[in-house]
Write a protein that binds this ligand. Sequence first.
Ligand SMILES: Nc1ncnc2c1ncn2[C@@H]1O[C@H](COP(=O)(O)OP(=O)(O)OP(=O)(O)O)[C@@H](O)[C@H]1O
Length: 782
Amino acid sequence: MIELVHKESQWEILSQLGTGSFGRVVKAKKINCDGTGIIIDICAIKIIKKSVFTKNEIEILKQLDHPLIVKYYGYGVGENDDNIYIYMEYIDGYPISSILKKQPKNHFPEDIISKIVIDLAFILSYIHGDERKIIHRDLKCDNIMLVNDNSHSCEANCSINGGSAKPLNNQLIESCVCNLNGSGTDENCKSCKLNSRPIREIQSSCESCGSDLDEASTSSLPNTTKSTTCRLINCIYSVSKKIKLIDFGLSKGCDGDSKYYSLVGTSTHMPPEVALRNNTACRKSDIWSLGCTIIEMAGGNLFEKDIHGKPKIPDHLSSSCKNFIQRCLTIDPTHRDDIINLISHNFIDRNRVNEEVKVDSKSKIQFDDEFNEVILSGDLDGVTEVVFGFDFNQPIIPGTMSSVKKIEFGGSFNRELLVDSLPSAISITFGARFNNGNKPLVVGAIPSTCQYLTFGWTFNQTIHPRCLPDSLKQLIFLEGGNFNRILEVGSIPRSVTTLILGDYDQKIEKGVLPNSLTTLELGGEFNYPLEGCIPESVTSLSLGYRFNQPLTNNCIPPCCKILKFGLYFNQDLSPGILPQSIETLMLGYYFNKELVEGSLPSSITTLLYEHRDYPKKVHADFYELTNLSKDLDQNEIVPLTPESLPESITKLTIGKNQNHIIAFNCLPPDLQSLKYHGGFSRALIPRDLPSSITSVKLYNYNYEIKKTSFPKSVTSLQLGSRFQKFIQIQSLSNLHQNMRDLKIYIHDDELDIYNLEDIIPQTITSLIINGENIDLPIGVEK
Ligand SMILES: Nc1ncnc2c1ncn2[C@@H]1O[C@H](COP(=O)(O)OP(=O)(O)OP(=O)(O)O)[C@@H](O)[C@H]1O
């Protein structure tokens, strides 16, 4: 790393941007470029005392190059002082925590929260990704800057409200240079026009239109220049569409999911595993902080905790937003979603579509199921989202839906889609009976704006090359649907990243699937060799229940991370067949081949073994399957052995086949989560489970629980299932003191909760019995 000498004479300090616990940040201009290597003009400089400086922040920053992350330029050692100067991109904007303070009720509207969360999800997936493996460790509103993009003006926005618009001017609210010693603004400074205004305080009036931002305060501005609707966040959001993440001072690189013990971060946003220093902190610790950051943006009080120690989720949020937060706030990090899972959560997905859809207008029309009249010109002017009910089956006349960006048809619609009938649609979803009036789609019927296209069960028309637009990102033929036409090269546009081919039952020729694909699901019936047909770009591949073809070298794409086989797959997995990129592997119920050492790549962290999925069509075959499983002779079962499970596995799910017994004392050494649908043939003994394990689900275990049955690391336990009730209830009192979450299934007639009062350990903070949440402590109402 090149270490420069920071010469004060070369820099003109323009203003102070902020202070933090490690130092201060200033905006500065390079006035003398003399070959020091720094070529940027204006930048932000973080000034830190050498005594508290670690190279950590710069080691991390130099690995990052992302439009939503502050850019790092270099660092210098003070020529005449004992400071370190970190040169970074100057971000013209505000920390969103400051903007929040000026929002009514200190919260952002949910649509703005969702935009910020989408950006944060992209940032986290970038830093957490395997190429970088970086944990930020201090995610919070203070460290997220809302960027003010001066290339636009909010003049139009403000003048609508009668304001005297002027461009946003950041200089106005930065503190005077007299404050550069970091001691706070100098009230006596003659040149300081801002007097003792706190550093980077956001004004209480909108800078753009002068309107009062605080409803309660009285403004000296005449009424004519006041805008009641213009709020700073709206002004900024109308001119800026992005955030930037700053402050990597506490960040850490992690190898794989290496753990850490240090107590770092901000207490309000700190995940339990960091507070407990129990060495389970990992990339998912940022996910907890993400949940807290959303609560912060939604005006929640992070000090208000529920009985599990989780911050309370504000009531006013939508159910999908609440669910998203709940998933971030899962106590046990092994059960907490990672960012890849969260990106496909409907809070992000729905809003990602909506963000693109609701560019200008807010209007949505949902018709009743009985509505079935022709839409005439002018009926839907300005409407951006239309949802038709079940009965609607009228032709769409070109010119009647010019503003519609998102459209969903109900079950009956089966009219031919005419060219230009949906000229601006971004998302189109057809219902169950749609088959384009039983004619092939013509070029232009699906508009060149369309990015998300879903066909229902009936659709089965040839898709001619170039018939679908190059704008398309996601193409879905529903599972169990009829679509089964041979796809030609060019049928699937080169822009598509997600393709779900419902029940497709055709061989796929080389080159048919474009290289843009990252997610591919080949439906239930598909059972053809994969060789050459799956593009190398695919990172998530799901094969349907019927697939059972031998795998050849390189037939699985080399960067594939998620690989799912369905029910019937039972082919040799010789070492090297599966690429070293796979992190999640699902092997179906009938998989019964020997797994030798190296069969499963050592990149796997999650293994679902003997998985039994229930796609619609499988129901028809259910009896066939049940009989087959009965026919399996115990001797024919190939057991899992310690050699067959790579040490990298942290999550293991084993299916229902009771004969698949593994040597428990040889489970992978870092295993964190075990879900076992089968039954044990003996009681657990102390060395059965590794001491890394935190979550155990035993769907069919009926031995007495001993004090040593579970290692002290286990904090979450499920005993029994709906079909296999747990009967050794008295022995639950032997559960150790670290146990927090307990889920049990017992016979209803044994269920007198108050009898459990003396049995369930007091340390349990979450108790679910037969699917019901039980209020704790038990017996309080007695
Ligand atoms: N690149 C930048 N451009 C503009 N302003 C910045 C930049 N970096 C930091 N700031 C401002 O300076 C403040 C302090 O920066 P930062 O959070 O990086 O410092 P810190 O000493 O690490 O703080 P903390 O106490 O949160 O760890 C930020 O809240 C922000 O307002």
